[in-house]
Design a protein around this ligand. Structure first.
Ligand code: GDP
Length: 478
């Protein structure tokens, strides 16, 4: 899974500095050497890596020599800030239409197989959810205090009307693929056919969207196996024909460093406004996420995290940095969950998670939410303490365990569900656990393991909320 090794190494580096009262320039150098190796191993671009190391060194050496502060936490905090900066600091929002009453025009480019057609459909769904009407340019992310995480405001109103334009006339079946995807999400597809010039398709599509009162038009274009002049020429023409508000390059994270250099090349030749980094759920080492902005000067606006239509997320540098450092991504987690339950329910649930007062009923509720959110793998990455620590096997086991958990909870007495301590600290806790095991026809230790997981999760949530709180090492100023 992405960043596994990097995350693991970062934890090791933290440990290297842990417990030291005073830290010498030499040990900073040793830690930095490790960080550098970890970044390069994760396929981060050399220039980006060197810049980051230099920056961390400049801040770390002076700071860490101050007595009375824990150097490992300071080091991690400096790393965190630098990682966020390298990735562009703030979430770069999708453009709005600059012309009153006209649809926002989004052009997608990329090499064959990068996931362009899939991204077109995912983005269409995103625009549908963003809503109808030509709103003013999206509010930029406000200036944040250290450690604060920005959540965009919830949107309301009717769904956006989105047109998909099938401009990939070269790849066999690309048009049919887009038509199928469009049908699935209820978006109209403009597809005059394979024998029409892509430039005319783009121009015609945008005109059709203007005339039809669409809110957004997304133009899919042809990709090639490799970058070549003909492709670039054609893209420049297509761009000229449809005057896009947004030109997004779709790049595959699995290509490692190539993703960043490709973004730079397209930007130079065609002029792009950002990138969509796909397949971040795959086996990539994640370095591309760290390199794109630094190498190309263009932000990653979205990341693809799976093959399903819903598997597209806006790219948040701060959240990604937390993931890399193994701090999980509680914000994405809560946001995804928000889509599944009402805001009021969610507020209550997350408060309980933070306070570590949630009981087994909440657990049931939460695991229902989690299961609606996608695969265990995607969800686990976001949970503090779990990020980077689970293998595929462990993940599969986790799915099984989740089913068991439902069973165990269904066999609990109402008072046990609302008061987990009856199963943890009560004198008769063991007997209670055995009763459940017997009814579920499992070994008592299986029930005990579940209870212990439940307990660990509560503790982690509470620890995380303390770290995020003002005065905590990830929080604002005390
Ligand atoms: P195109 O040639 O660029 O249009 O590529 P496609 O959209 O057809 O995607 C190529 C393959 O990558 C398909 O099998 C997609 O399902 C898959 N794919 C696209 N995006 C993602 C992603 O974010 N994660 C994963 N795991 N697969 C993806």
């Amino acid at each position: 899974m992405m960043f596994d090794q990097l995350t693991e190494k970062m934890a090791g580096i933290g440990e290297m500095l842990q417990g030291k009262k005073k830290i010498t320039a030499a040990s900073v150098e040793r830690a930095l050497g490790e960080v550098k190796r970890a970044l390069l191993d994760a396929d981060v671009n050399l220039k980006v890596t060197n810049g980051l190391i230099e920056s961390v060194r400049n801040q770390a050496v002076g700071k860490l020599l101050i007595e009375g502060v824990t150097p490992d936490q300071q080091f991690v905090k400096i790393m965190y800030d630098e990682l966020v900066k390298v990735m562009g600091s703030q979430q770069a929002p999708l453009a709005r239409s600059t012309k009153e009453g006209e649809p926002v025009v989004i052009l997608l480019a990329g090499l064959q197989g990068a996931g362009k057609t899939t991204a077109a459909a995912k983005l269409a769904k995103f625009c549908q959810e963003r809503g109808a009407g030509v709103a003013p340019a999206e509010e930029p992310q406000p200036e944040m205090k250290e450690g604060e995480v920005w959540t965009p405001p919830q949107r309301e109103g009717p769904p956006g009307k989105v047109l998909l334009v099938a401009g990939d006339v070269y790849r066999p079946a690309a048009i049919e693929q887009l038509q199928r995807l469009g049908e699935r999400i209820g978006a109209e597809v403009f597809a005059p056919g394979r024998d029409v010039d892509p430039v005319d398709i783009a121009r015609g599509g945008v005109q059709y969207a203007r005339d039809g009162g669409f809110d957004a038009v997304i133009v899919d274009t042809a990709g090639r196996q490799v970058i070549d002049e003909k492709l670039m020429d054609e893209l420049v023409k297509v761009k000229g024909a449809c005057e896009p508000d947004e030109v997004l390059l779709v790049v595959d994270a699995m290509t490692g460093q190539e993703a960043a250099t490709l973004t730079a090349a397209f930007n130079e030749r065609v002029g792009i406004t950002g990138a969509i980094l796909t397949k971040l759920d795959g086996d990539s080492r994640g370095g591309s996420a760290l390199s794109v902005q630094g190498v190309s000067g263009r932000p990653i606006k979205f990341v693809g995290v799976g093959e399903r239509i819903d598997d597209l997320e806006p790219f948040y540098p701060d959240r990604m940095a937390s993931r890399i450092l193994g701090m999980g991504d509680i914000v994405s987690f809560v946001e995804k969950a928000q889509k599944q339950v009402s805001e009021a329910e969610m507020a209550q649930l997350s408060q309980k998670m933070m306070d570590a007062t949630f009981d087994f009923n909440d657990f049931l509720e939460q695991s229902k939410v989690v299961r609606n959110m996608g695969s265990m793998a995607n969800v686990a990455k976001m949970i503090p303490g779990m990020a980077g620590k689970l293998s595929q096997q462990q993940m599969d086991d986790a799915e099984d365990r989740a089913e068991r958990a439902d069973l165990f909870i269904s066999l609990m007495l109402p008072e046990e569900r609302t008061n987990p301590d009856l199963l943890i600290r009560d004198a008769a806790a063991l007997q209670r656990q055995r009763r459940i095991a017997k009814a579920a026809q499992v070994r008592p230790q299986d029930v005990a393991a579940f209870i212990s997981d439940f307990q660990t999760m509560r503790t982690m949530m509470s620890r995380m909320s303390k770290r995020m709180a003002p005065g905590g090492d990830m929080g604002g100023a005390p």
